[in-house]
Design a protein around this ligand. Structure first.
Ligand SMILES: O=C(O)C(=O)C[C@H](O)[C@H](O)COP(=O)(O)O
Length: 335
């Protein structure tokens, strides 16, 4: 069996208003399953990897249905703990025109938030793993999940499992624990081989202030000096050209070089939630399959761009879909 990619984080139920409506403008919600690490696991499975989500869900119809949905997309859910607490949820209003999208979290005291760190036996959860992926959302959820994330990463390091960490800063989630965020995020980045984060994340964690025009390179240099296991730091750049057209570019830094992807205009966006996770999964697919850094960032940016065309949090597209975009041979209809 192929070695597994383990993703540790909260699985969420998302309730979004239909179309571009405001919440409860009409009395309906669309339901999707999401969560940063689950999104990465699903996308990596679609790219041909064996993926496992480690998490905690309520032992209820909702919790079981969420796990079923992940399993439907090929993710191994056998290590999900079903216990006390409630389903973590978020409400989403899609953005339109000048109105940004809005996320309302409803996940306090969720099963994941209250699960003690000892819920997870990392030595066995990582025994067949080659990679561990965690995001900065996990330590933001609760003190218990921050400790569990740290234990997961330490166990991975000990077992020679590669680690990626997506900073994913969510101010609304940290709430009153915000003063602790830089220290807790730094502690996790110290274990990572690959960090998804930009100069704002590095500045937030390390108090660094960019002086030159190339803030991202400077931030990457600070990160390489601070985090001894770091091999790559990766981020996206989103430029807004007009109300309706944004542009997405991927950037990957190693300790010496910078690699930049093609820039993709993002118009007719169907659903932008999960675009960052699809990008991360695309870059990880590149690194896991021996692509060069340039090929990896190209694949990641194309995957992130394509996710904007898919409703829901998951990028359900496969390698050939991404390759088609990379080849620039895509057209209106594939026949
Ligand atoms: O915010 C959270 O706590 C979540 O986990 C929900 C979202 O599904 C991902 O965060 C998507 O993030 P992007 O890929 O950056 O759009």
């Amino acid at each position: 069996m192929k070695p597994a990619i383990v993703c540790f984080g909260e699985v969420l139920l998302r309730l979004s208003s239909p179309g571009k409506e405001l919440l409860l403008q009409s009395p309906r919600f669309d339901a999707h399953i999401g969560g940063a690490e689950a999104n990465v696991a699903v996308s990596l499975h679609k790219f041909g990897h064996r993926t496992r989500v480690v998490s905690a869900l309520p032992d209820s119809t909702l919790g079981r249905a969420c796990a079923d949905e992940l399993r439907r997309h090929g993710v191994d859910t056998d290590s999900i703990h079903f216990g006390d607490g409630r389903m973590g949820m978020y409400f989403l209003t899609h953005g339109a025109g000048h109105r940004p999208a809005e996320v309302l979290y409803d996940r306090a005291n969720s099963s994941f938030a209250i699960a003690p760190p000892a819920t997870y036996d990392w030595a066995s959860l990582l025994a067949d793993a080659r990679w561990l992926h965690v995001s900065g959302i996990t330590p933001a959820v609760s003190a218990a999940t921050a400790e569990a994330a740290s234990q997961a990463m330490q166990a991975a390091r000990k077992a020679n499992v590669q680690i990626s960490f997506d900073c994913n800063f969510r101010a609304r989630l940290w709430g009153s624990r915000s003063p602790e965020a830089p220290r807790l995020l730094t502690r996790l980045c110290e274990q990572a081989d690959v960090i998804f984060g930009d100069d704002r994340d590095i500045a937030f964690m390390l108090g660094f202030k960019a002086s030159a025009a190339d803030a991202r390179r400077e931030a990457a240099d600070v990160a390489f000096k601070t985090f001894k296991h770091l091999r790559y730091i990766v981020c996206t750049e989103r430029a807004r050209h007009s109300v309706d057209v944004q542009q997405l570019t991927g950037l990957l830094f190693d300790s010496k070089n910078a690699y930049t992807s093609r820039s993709y205009p993002l118009h007719s966006i169907v659903d932008r939630i999960g675009g960052g996770d699809a990008f991360a999964a695309g870059v990880l697919h590149g690194l896991l399959t021996g692509m060069t850094p340039q090929e990896s960032i190209d694949f990641g940016a194309a995957a992130g761009c394509l996710k904007h065309s898919i409703p829901g949090d998951f990028n359900l597209l496969g390698v050939s879909d991404v390759e088609l975009l990379l080849s620039e041979k895509g057209g209106d209809v594939r026949r």
